[in-house]
Design a protein around this ligand. Sequence first.
Ligand SMILES: CCCCC/C=C/C(=O)SCCNC(=O)CCNC(=O)[C@H](O)C(C)(C)COP(=O)(O)OP(=O)(O)OC[C@H]1O[C@@H](n2cnc3c(N)ncnc32)[C@H](O)[C@@H]1OP(=O)(O)O
Ligand SMILES: NC(=O)C1=CN([C@@H]2O[C@H](COP(=O)(O)OP(=O)(O)OC[C@H]3O[C@@H](n4cnc5c(N)ncnc54)[C@H](OP(=O)(O)O)[C@@H]3O)[C@@H](O)[C@H]2O)C=CC1
Length: 283
Amino acid sequence: MSTPAPSRIFAPGLLDGQVALVTGGGTGLGRAAATELAACGAQVVIAGRRAEVLEATAARIGAAASVVCGDIRDEDDARRIVDTALEHHGRLDLLVNNAGGQYFVPAEAIATRGWQAVFRLNVDGTTRMAELAVERAMRPAGRGTIVNVTLSPHHGLAGMTHSSAARAAVESLTAAWARQWAADGIAVVAIAAGHFQTDALDKYPEPVRAGVARTVPLQRLGQPHEHGWLVALLASPLGRAMSGTVVTLDGARDNWFGPWPPPTLTDGDGDVPTEERRPAATR
Ligand SMILES: CCCCC/C=C/C(=O)SCCNC(=O)CCNC(=O)[C@H](O)C(C)(C)COP(=O)(O)OP(=O)(O)OC[C@H]1O[C@@H](n2cnc3c(N)ncnc32)[C@H](O)[C@@H]1OP(=O)(O)O
Ligand SMILES: NC(=O)C1=CN([C@@H]2O[C@H](COP(=O)(O)OP(=O)(O)OC[C@H]3O[C@@H](n4cnc5c(N)ncnc54)[C@H](OP(=O)(O)O)[C@@H]3O)[C@@H](O)[C@H]2O)C=CC1
C-alpha cells in the first residue's frame, strides 16, 4: 500500500496521529476531504453505503485509509460505523459529517415523503452521527472536532427548498452543539459549501447544470481539493478555536442573486424541471 502524497499547502505532519471519520468519503467532496486529511498525516475511515466506491477511494488514498459500509439513517449502521473506527484506531479525533443531498424540484411539487427523505438524511443522519461520535469516542477522550458540511442555505435555495430548510437546521445545530459540548473539549464547525465540480452534479436537470457556474461570481465551480483544504484546516488546532462558526466556501456565490425561476431554466410553458428519479435499484 502506498503512502499519500504530501499536502500542497499544509506543513508535513499537521495531523499526524489523528483519526478522522468521513461520511460519504467515497465520492466527490468527501473523497477530497479524506484525501487531504491523509496527506496531512491523519488516518481516515471513510463510510458510505456502496462498498465498491469506498474501496476504490481507499485504494487511491493508500494505507492511511480504511472503509466501513453503512447507512447513516439507520441507528445500528451508524453505531457500527463509529465503533468500527474506534476498534481500528482506538480513538476518533474528527468526524466529517459530509453525507447528504437532495433532489432538484419546485417547492410546490415536493411530496411529504420527499421532504422527509431529505430531512432523514441531512438532519437526522447528521445528528445521529454527531451524537454517537460524542458519546462513544469524543466525550470519553475529552477532545474532538465535528465538521458539518452543508449546502449554503443563507439566501434560500430555490429549487431545493427541502434542503434549504434542512441545511439551515444543521447550521443551527452546529451553533447549539458547539455550546453544549464545549465543556467536553469538543469543537463543532460547519462548512457552508457553494457549488463544486463533483460527479454528483450530473444528476441535475441539464438546464440547471448548464447555468450553474454562471451563478458563481468567481465564474467557476469550486474544486473539490479546495474543500479538502478547508476541512484539513478545521481539523487543525485552529479549527478548535473556530467552534460554533459557519465557514462559507463559495466563490462569493452567497452574494449572487437573481429572479426565480431563472429565465434559462423554464420550458415553453414557464415550468421548472424536476430531476429524474434514480433507478429503484440504487435507492
Ligand atoms: C446544479 C445545482 C446544484 C449544485 C449544488 C450541489 C449540491 C449538492 O448537494 S450535490 C450532491 C448531491 N448528492 C445527493 O443528493 C446524494 C444523496 N441524495 C439522495 O440520496 C436522494 O436525493 C434523497 C435525499 C432524496 C434520499 O434518497 P432516498 O431516501 O433513497 O429517497 P427515495 O429515492 O426513496 O425517495 C423518497 C421520496 O422522495 C421523493 N423524491 C426523491 N427523488 C425525487 C425526484 N427526483 N423527483 C421527485 N420526487 C423525488 C419522492 O417523494 C419519494 O417518495 P416515493 O415517490 O414514494 O418513492
Ligand atoms: N457538489 C456540490 O456542489 C455541493 C455538495 N454539497 C454537499 O456536500 C456533500 C458531498 O457532496 P458531493 O460529493 O458533491 O455529492 P455525492 O452525492 O457524491 O456525495 C454524497 C455521499 O454521501 C454518501 N451517502 C448518501 N446517503 C448516505 C447514507 N444514507 N448513508 C451513508 N452515506 C450516504 C454517498 O455514498 P453512497 O451513495 O455510497 O452511500 C456519497 O458518497 C453532500 O452533503 C452535498 O449535499 C454542498 C454544496 C455543494
